[in-house]
Structure formats: structure tokens, C-alpha cells
Design a protein around this ligand. Structure first.
Ligand SMILES: [Zn+2]
Length: 271
């Protein structure tokens, strides 16, 4: 994708993450960037040690909310067919009510921040890939990723491969995967004016190895870095916590968000 989707983008601006953090500060993003070398994977013992006090909040369905700015990606012919479609699982459009409200807040923040990042208010919307995911699918995805990691790194022991897999897919064993709680959502940004996805670097970890997945990657273009910071900042201001290994994954009220925000985890597994 070239920069025609973002006519106000200054092609000579090639900021570092540090410069973006200084120009548009946010305490959560500063902390996540500062601790990026020791950030815990999603099923780390530090995360699993956090108590969950289930608040019994209902889930809402993105389809029935009919919010023009927060829509599901189109439905695929089969689950996980393509990153331009939603996951294709029956529960993918569901999430906890507060998480959807955070996305509504995020749209407002995107509109406010848009001019600073070369866009206009109303131009950039949210497209949802997946919210709630059942445990059986979670287990299947974990096994698939585990096999993929083993095939790329033949020297890894099963234990090492399992640890690496845990960075990308939350395990079901001895764990409450965040997508099964309705607290997490995987999103992309959509440019309403140019009818195209905002260039954030390759999306997803399901369709093979993705070197650009890590949020504060140095392996992305200047425009991808600016677009990514635009999304991260709008999300953080809307009380969504990004997962440092996947720039598209956000959550609220789960253990991972509790870890970074020194708050309580209030959502447990729904299935
Ligand atoms: Zn996710």
C-alpha cells in the first residue's frame, strides 16, 4: 500500500518509537515500550497469578450494535480463511459490554487524533476480526501454531516450542485464554474515504510467521509506525490494553490488562 491513502502524511517524517512517545505521551504506552524486552507473554506466571473476580457482565454482539464505525470484517466461506475477513466462528462478533464501549470511545479518540496523523475526523474506523472465541478452537489454534514453530525450529524441545507458542496463542491447559472471556478483541483500522485498510504491517499470527506482529517492531516502514502509534494511542486513551506481541490485540478487564494497569481482572472464561 502506498501513501495515497494518507495524503497528509509527511513522507520525510521517520520518527523513532521514542520520538512518538515524547510527542504524544501516554503512561501505559511509555511503560509497555520501556519494558518491551521483559514484557510477559499472555500466559506468563505473572499474568496467571492475578485473581479474577467475575463481574457477570453480559456480552454484546457487534452485528446488532449497528455502529457504522465499528463493524465486523466480512464473513468468510470457512473459519480463518483470510485476514481481510472475520474469523468466521459463530461467537467472533461477541464481546463484553464494556469492551464494546471502549471501542466506541476509541472511535472518538481516533477522530480527535486523526489530524495529527494525517487523517481527517471520521475517516478511520474499526473493523473487528474476532472477539469471543470458544475453548475448542483455542486449543486447535494452539496445536497448529505449536507444529508450525517446531517445523521452523527443529532444534527446539517440546517444552521450548510450547513456551514460544504461548507468545502467540494463549494455551488452554492451566490457563484462562483471554479470548474465551470476551475481554479481548482483534481489530484492524479501515480508511472510510479511500475504502482500504490502514497500513499497520501484516495482520495476524494464524497464517504463518509474522515478523511485524510485535507491537514496537523496528521491522516496519515509517508510515506503518505512525499508523500503529495512532491506533495504540487511541486505544490506550479508550482504556484498552495492547498485547505487546500482537499489535492488533486489545483487551480490557482481563488479567493482562490488570497486569499493566495495576487494576483488577473482572472477566473469567465464558465457555
Ligand atoms: Zn487476539
Amino acid at each position: 500500500m502506498n501513501c495515497t491513502c494518507n495524503p497528509n502524511w509527511n513522507p520525510t517524517w521517520n520518527p523513532t518509537w521514542q520520538q512518538l512517545l515524547e510527542q504524544y505521551p501516554h503512561p501505559l504506552l511509555s511503560r509497555q515500550y520501556g519494558e518491551k524486552e521483559k514484557t510477559p507473554p499472555i500466559a506468563d506466571d505473572r499474568i496467571k497469578a492475578i485473581a479474577i473476580v467475575e463481574c457477570n457482565e453480559p456480552v454484546v454482539d457487534v452485528w446488532s450494535q449497528k455502529n457504522r464505525r465499528i463493524q465486523m470484517l466480512p464473513s468468510p466461506q470457512a473459519p480463518f480463511l483470510h485476514p481481510d475477513c472475520n474469523s468466521g466462528l459463530p461467537s467472533c462478533s461477541k464481546m463484553r459490554k464494556t469492551v464494546f464501549e471502549c471501542l466506541e470511545k476509541m472511535v472518538t479518540e481516533l477522530d480527535t487524533l486523526a489530524p495529527s496523523f494525517g487523517y481527517k475526523a471520521g475517516q478511520i474506523s474499526i473493523r473487528v476480526f474476532e472477539g469471543l472465541r470458544n475453548l475448542k478452537t483455542q486449543e486447535e489454534l494452539f496445536t497448529k501454531k505449536f507444529k508450525e514453530i517446531k517445523s521452523f525450529n527443529k532444534k527446539l524441545t517440546d517444552e521450548e516450542a510450547e513456551q514460544e507458542t504461548c507468545k502467540w496463542i494463549s494455551p488452554v491447559k492451566n490457563n484462562i485464554p483471554v479470548h474465551s472471556t470476551g475481554a479481548a478483541v482483534d481489530i484492524r483500522l479501515w480508511d472510510e474515504y479511500n475504502k482500504t485498510f490502514v497500513d499497520l504491517g501484516s495482520f495476524g499470527a494464524i497464517w504463518g510467521k509474522n515478523d511485524k506482529a510485535v507491537t514496537f517492531s523496528e521491522d516496519i516502514t515509517p508510515i506503518q509506525k505512525q499508523n500503529r502509534y495512532f491506533m495504540l494511542l487511541a486505544a490506550a486513551k479508550a482504556d484498552l490494553t495492547n498485547y505487546s506481541f500482537e499489535y492488533w490485540h486489545f483487551s480490557h478487564g482481563d488479567r493482562y490488562a490488570a497486569y499493566w494497569n495495576n487494576s483488577q481482572a473482572k472477566y473469567s472464561s465464558l465457555n
